[in-house]
Ligand binder design. Structure first.
Ligand code: 5AD
Length: 359
């Protein structure tokens, strides 16, 4: 049964489900819950990729420190403010500032950026700046940031260790960091990549169970896309791949199964139709994501001259479906699937508060 409390073996069976009729059932169940719990509004988050510097060595990501071929940039405060104002002018309620793990982004500098956005616009502020010290997270929360995204990438600890080397031995893991975010009063976002070499269906089913257990406010799931400038994407780590039938594939349907099951176990979460999904499936990715459980889109407001350098994985042209972000095009696209652009900040708790009438 497709119930919110479904068990892990059932989740895994759905992840492996290939029968078109059963899949239609899955899409319908997810879409019905989406409609019931978060409605027909699709919330837009203006994405600003504020820096591509990174101290990390993630085996899958093009921003990794060892990637010497990539020119690096860090946006100036005024440039970021310009992009935030564009997001507001488009009528979107949230700005997401994302970067590699860049300590050139200091606690005080970022505090100033957040304060200015809060002072000069009506936007909600979401951060996605990597594994920062708790003191940074605390300062940014106080400055007015409401949400923070930190995907845990995979619940398989052995696989995670292979693709995400620690900066220091024994450092807090991403699960602990997500708990910090929750303690600090952020709306906390997590998520995973789908089809990482070495990722099994059992591990993916466990990811979904964790989404439920962790009570995440936002859950981003998207296909892994091989980047030839990385160890995982250039073939060097191909020995990680599991035998056929065990290895999760990074395709559109598997991604949609994940989105749908995520909606079923966490019916009131904010779930994006991710750029990675749009990148691997330029024709239908975004639409299928929205029709199979997702309720959020993140149009990219990063200036064009930087966007090419924010190169996590190839084929990000899928993003350009929405760039330059035109509210009219988006509204038209959403209307074609019976949806509309969301009003207000579109936070999870705010949605709940509105429903109970005590906002
Ligand atoms: N393919 C897909 N997603 C990726 N990310 C990073 N590199 C890749 C890749 N090669 C995702 C990670 C990270 C988010 C910001 O981008 O999940 O958390």
């Amino acid at each position: 049964m497709l119930a919110t409390d479904m068990q892990i073996d059932e989740i895994e069976a759905w992840l492996r489900q290939d029968d078109p009729q059963r899949l239609t059932e899955l899409w319908r169940a997810a879409d019905a819950l989406r409609s019931e719990y978060v409605g027909d509004e699709v919330h837009m988050r203006g994405l600003i990729e504020i820096s591509n510097h990174c101290v990390r060595s993630c085996a899958y990501c093009g921003l990794r420190a060892e990637n010497a071929g990539l020119p690096r940039y860090r946006m100036k405060i005024e440039e970021i403010l310009d992009c935030a104002r564009q997001t507001e002018e488009a009528g979107f309620g949230t700005v997401v500032m994302q970067a590699g793990e860049d300590y050139g982004i200091t606690r005080s500098w970022m505090t100033e950026v957040i304060r200015r956005i809060k002072r000069e616009t009506s936007l909600a502020v979401t951060l996605s700046l990597g594994e920062r010290p708790r003191e940074d997270l605390e300062a940014w929360r106080e400055a007015g940031a409401a949400r923070y995204l930190l995907r845990f990438e995979t619940s398989d600890a052995k696989l995670y260790a292979k693709i995400h080397p620690p900066l220091e031995p024994g450092e807090p893991d991403r699960f602990e960091r997500i708990r910090w975010l929750q303690e600090l009063g952020y709306e906390a976002g997590g998520g995973v990549m789908i089809g990482i070499p070495g990722q099994s269906y059992a591990a993916l089913a466990r990811d979904i169970e964790l989404f439920r257990e962790m009570d995440l406010d936002m859950i981003g799931v998207g296909p892994y896309v091989a980047n030839p400038d990385t160890p995982l994407g250039c073939g060097k780590m191909d020995a990680l791949k599991l035998p056929d039938g065990e290895q999760v594939s990074a395709d559109e349907t598997t991604s949609c199964r994940m989105i749908a099951l995520t909606r079923i176990v966490r019916p009131d979460a904010n779930i994006p139709a991710t750029s990675a999904l749009a990148a691997i499936s330029t024709q239908t990715g975004r639409r299928h994501g929205l029709e199979r459980g997702a309720n959020v889109v993140m149009p990219n407001f990063t200036p064009a001259k930087y966007r090419e350098m924010y190169h996590l994985y190839p084929g990000e042209t899928g993003r350009r479906v929405f760039t330059p972000p035109s509210r009219e095009d988006l509204a038209e696209f959403l209307a074609s699937i019976g949806r509309r652009i969301g009003e207000g900040h579109g936070g999870r708790r705010q949605v709940q508060a509105d429903v109970s009438g005590c906002a």
